[in-house]
Design a protein around this ligand. Structure first.
Ligand code: ZN
Length: 207
């Protein structure tokens, strides 16, 4: 825990004073424009990869960036409902990532006897198999996993669109939904193009 205490001390003594005004403005209200739905993975840091800060992103995370449709009560869909109906976010971004443990488990079927809840949770990513993307030789031995992770982004996007609050806001043109794939190795983000059923780089090439 020492590392966390040291980190908090640095935040408290050095970072917070520099942003005091921002935090004071935010202390009693938030008005985020973006709902960000991603995996719990420790290597996916939304505020770092998007260079956002306090008050910018309303975030929900779970293993495999899943939006359950078969259960009536879960953190993800309740959070989405609140973000859309109460906070009126303008964009909902669903972001999967490379080397995702949830999709790896769905693909390789390890023994999950001691993780019955995780095993059941993986049922929510099964739909990813029907949306797998073409194998890309550039992904090497991870090609199958990358194709499945991207398939999961597409599957969960459909679940996101199916949320009644999302469907209403999209129909009113008040909300835009995005599907992203973040590559931990390169820092690149690919964005899903629904019309072409393909992923494209979010940024234009630099050379
Ligand atoms: Zn993951």
């Amino acid at each position: 825990m020492d590392r966390l205490l040291e980190g908090h001390k640095r935040f408290h003594d050095e970072v917070f004073p520099r942003k005091r005004e921002t935090f004071h403005l935010l202390a009693e209200m938030q008005n985020p424009q973006y709902l960000f739905i991603t995996c719990s993975d420790s290597r996916v840091l939304p505020d770092l990869i998007l260079q956002t800060g306090p008050g910018d992103l309303f975030i929900t995370r779970n293993a495999g960036n899943v939006i359950p449709v078969s259960t009536d009560e879960d953190g993800a869909t309740a959070t989405i409902e609140y973000a859309v109906e109460a906070l009126k976010v303008k964009h909902a971004i669903l972001c999967g990532h490379s080397d995702c443990g949830a999709l790896k488990a769905a693909l390789r079927k390890p023994d999950l006897e001691l993780m019955p809840k995780a095993a059941r949770w993986l049922g929510h990513v099964e739909e990813a198999f029907t949306h797998r993307q073409p194998l890309n030789p550039a992904d090497g031995e991870n090609a199958e996993l990358v194709s499945l992770i991207k398939g999961n982004v597409i599957a969960q996007l459909a679940n996101l669109h199916a949320q009644p609050s999302v469907a209403r806001a999209v129909a009113r043109h008040e909300l835009t939904v995005h599907g992203w794939y973040y590559d931990i190795m390169t820092g690149n983000i690919d964005v899903y193009n629904e019309r072409e059923d393909k992923f494209f780089p979010l940024l234009p090439p630099t050379d």
